[in-house]
Design a protein around this ligand. Structure first.
Ligand SMILES: NC(=O)c1ccc[n+]([C@@H]2O[C@H](COP(=O)([O-])OP(=O)(O)OC[C@H]3O[C@@H](n4cnc5c(N)ncnc54)[C@H](OP(=O)(O)O)[C@@H]3O)[C@@H](O)[C@H]2O)c1
Length: 319
């Protein structure tokens, strides 16, 4: 049994909880750093997991928790700047930099870093993709100081607690008659959280050090196809109305002002890039990607039997 300890930042989120459970399955002890410990009781009951409340932006605290760890995993990320302007920079750039500095001070060499497909420091429009790209570049630059870094660049991730299918399901329940969908032709290759966390686990040994791994599911869908599929799963008769570019922008501007920023101009800009892999790393890691239809009906309800068949394209109703 492996008794190495891994420290995870962002281990309480959707991907994080799945990864923590998988790591303990493989025999690792896991330290999960969080801003609010009491919110994560499901992790606390796992005897191989220590959930530690701390300020992840404090180098002394980080260093204490990195002590005696064989690897650090950083999953922290935000989709919107709900914490105010500058949040993307702080979370996606300053925190990874601090993690690298602290690892070097602590003598921990192995870093697995969560980025995103299309993350690019040269991105002109989406601050999410730009700051994710800057963070990714700077953690790889730390290789020059002796860190062994692998970064992961998934397309949209699905699974029981995802914020993609579940979010659209929630919105569709609120709009039973029609649903105005921005950027309906944006394309994705949704990847299952099970495959994403398996890719992390298989990368802990040094084989992938230095690599940037794109992670995609086996199929490509437009956003409209995925939302129609979600609707069919719910057994809803809601009409999905794809918005053109002008109305998509208008929707982003308006919803960006709403509490919780459900859709923003930054999200709109991210959606202008196809979230599909040219070179999917999952097969190289020995992982056969799980299709959407094998998992999503299990948590959306699957009330429409037709929508349960694999291959959304053949079965999603036309709108
Ligand atoms: N989900 C997707 O479809 C997807 C696709 C591509 C890439 N990613 C990337 O994958 C990572 C994990 O995504 P997820 O869906 O699991 O996210 P999530 O459920 O929102 O979890 C985010 C985690 O980050 C921590 N966190 C959030 N804001 C923070 C802040 N301002 N400062 C410090 N910690 C903060 C939270 O920890 P506490 O609240 O416990 O402190 C939480 O554990 C992110 O980096 C995301 O960009 C996700």
């Amino acid at each position: 049994m492996n008794r190495e300890t891994i420290c995870i930042l962002g281990g309480t989120g959707f991907v994080g909880q799945a990864l923590v459970n998988r790591l303990t399955h493989y025999g690792y002890d896991v330290r999960v750093l969080t801003r609010r410990r009491e919110r994560h009781r499901s992790l606390i009951v796992n005897p191989a997991v220590r959930v530690i409340e701390c300020n992840v932006y404090d180098q002394d605290e980080l260093q204490r928790h990195f002590e005696n760890c064989s690897a650090v995993i950083n999953l922290v990320g935000i989709l919107n700047e709900t914490g105010g302007a500058g949040s993307f920079q702080r979370v996606h750039v300053e925190l990874p930099l601090l993690v690298c500095r602290t690892m070097l001070a602590s003598g921990v060499r192995r870093l697995l870093h969560m980025s995103a497909l299309n993350a690019d420091a040269g991105e002109q429009d989406s601050r999410y993709l730009k700051t994710k790209g800057e963070g990714e570049d700077l953690v790889h630059a730390a290789a020059a100081d002796g860190l062994a870094v692998t970064s992961f660049r998934p397309s949209v991730i699905f699974g029981r607690d995802d914020s993609f299918f579940n979010r659209f399901a929630g919105l569709l329940k609120l709009s039973p008659l029609f649903f105005p969908l921005a950027c309906p032709d944006s394309r994705f290759a949704p990847v299952c959280v099970i495959d994403v966390v398996e890719a992390f686990c298989r990368s802990i040994d040094m084989a992938t050090a230095g690599e940037r791994l794109d992670l995609c599911g086996p199929e490509v869908f437009s956003l409209r196809e995925l939302v129609v599929y979600t609707r069919d799963q719910l057994g809803s008769r809601c009409r999905i109305i794809g918005l053109g570019d002008g109305l998509s922008r208008l929707q982003a501007r308006l919803l960006g002002l709403a509490p919780g920023k459900p859709f923003t101009m930054d999200n709109y800009y991210s959606l202008q890039k196809e979230s599909i892999c040219v070179d999917n790393a999952l097969p190289e890691l020995g992982i056969t990607p799980v299709p959407v239809a094998a998992v999503v009906p299990g948590y959306l309800g699957g009330r429409n039997a037709r929508a349960r068949y694999p291959g959304l394209r053949r079965h999603a109703r036309r709108d």
